[in-house]
Ligand binder design. Structure first.
Ligand SMILES: C[S@@+](CC[C@H](N)C(=O)[O-])C[C@H]1O[C@@H](n2cnc3c(N)ncnc32)[C@H](O)[C@@H]1O
Length: 313
């Protein structure tokens, strides 16, 4: 934080467990942000009716292996870090996680209830030099912030849950319409709409479009990186609509910017490899794709050159 920074203490106005602080320099930056992001929500907003899975009947925190939820869906959280078992990041784990839900008898602090509680850390939205707003865990929230080397302090452990990428759940036609209209109607040049796909069996794909542009949580301010420190996993609680939950892929230090790969990949995607090799305006059919894509400023060594873009929008 610099001397010129001004602060809004909590843009979530108390609805998260931790304040979401915003640092800004000019009043106009906040005015523009409030014109676009009109409502803060903790979780996805969906018109689809809730869908409840069978609950467990544990009288405790679901510690026993007899827990109905654990035996039906598996169990992937570890209580030591309020997050995913770090071993899962080394494997090709891509299963949806099922948390205990409102039909479960277990306690609210049950270890299988994590994403449903919302943001798990005090986060700070700040102005980056090249990518607009970004998100980090600030120094002042670390235990020993007075120490000289406080910047080196680990504030997020590997596997720890950070926040959801939450917004309005919309149909694909509506996602396409909004993607075109945002720039014209609201002057929004950033793209916030995220399309997540779940492969079900061999040939079925379930698509969920999350739009946090106008109604969303702090996740909408997290930038893309080709070498990210967060990874997205899908988590179901009371609804068929999954939550897109972000977990740390490694230890993260105070004031380090949080990021995830917008393509949902950890490594380089085939399409990205093709594009970064062919960044030429006169390159036949790829020309229009490159022209529609935004340059990536993540600054990582293996940057693909462009932000991932869902061609189906
Ligand atoms: C989900 S928003 C992230 C928050 C955004 N920076 C803001 O100011 O609200 C996505 C947009 O942020 C910008 N962005 C995110 N990551 C970026 C990157 N690595 N390089 C350049 N721009 C980026 C792009 O404009 C992108 O469309």
């Amino acid at each position: 934080m610099s001397n010129n920074d001004k602060i809004i203490e909590d843009i979530a106005e108390g609805i998260e467990n931790y304040p979401i602080r915003l640092l800004y320099q000019e009043r106009s930056q906040v005015e523009e942000l409030k014109r676009q992001h009109i409502k803060y929500v903790k979780h996805n907003v969906s018109l689809d009716s809730d869908f409840y899975y069978d609950g467990c009947d544990c009288a405790d925190n679901c510690e026993s292996s007899e827990c109905g939820c654990k035996s039906t869906h598996g169990y992937f959280y570890t209580s030591q870090i309020s997050g995913l078992d770090p071993k899962l990041f080394q494997s090709t784990f891509n299963r949806t996680i099922y948390e205990c839900n409102s039909l479960c008898v277990c306690l609210n602090q049950c270890q299988n209830r994590l994403v449903q509680h919302g943001v798990a850390l005090p986060l700070e939205i700040f102005r980056t030099s090249l990518c607009g707003w970004g998100v980090r865990v600030p120094l002042s929230h670390t235990n020993n912030s007075k120490e000289k080397d406080a910047d080196d302090q680990i504030v997020i452990k590997k596997g720890q849950f950070v926040c959801e990428y939450a917004g309005e759940i919309i149909k694909t036609d509506e996602a396409r319409r909004r993607w075109r209209s945002y720039k014209n109607d609201y002057g929004i040049s950033d793209n916030y709409i995220l399309c997540v796909r779940e492969h079900i069996g061999k040939d079925r794909i379930l698509r969920t479009n999350i739009d946090p542009t106008r109604i969303g949580n702090v996740g909408r301010y997290i930038n893309h990186s080709c070498s990210p420190n967060l990874q997205m996993f899908l988590v179901r609680v009371n609804s068929l609509v999954p939550a897109a939950a972000l977990f740390a892929t490694r230890e993260i230090r105070a004031n380090e910017e949080l990021s995830f790969d917008y393509s949902g990949q950890i490594g380089i995607g085939i399409e990205d490899a093709k594009l970064s090799d062919s960044n030429e305006e006169d390159n036949g059919s790829e020309k229009c794709i490159v022209r529609n894509r935004k340059p990536c400023f993540c600054g990582s060594e293996n940057c693909h050159g462009y932000l991932p873009f869902d061609e189906s929008l």
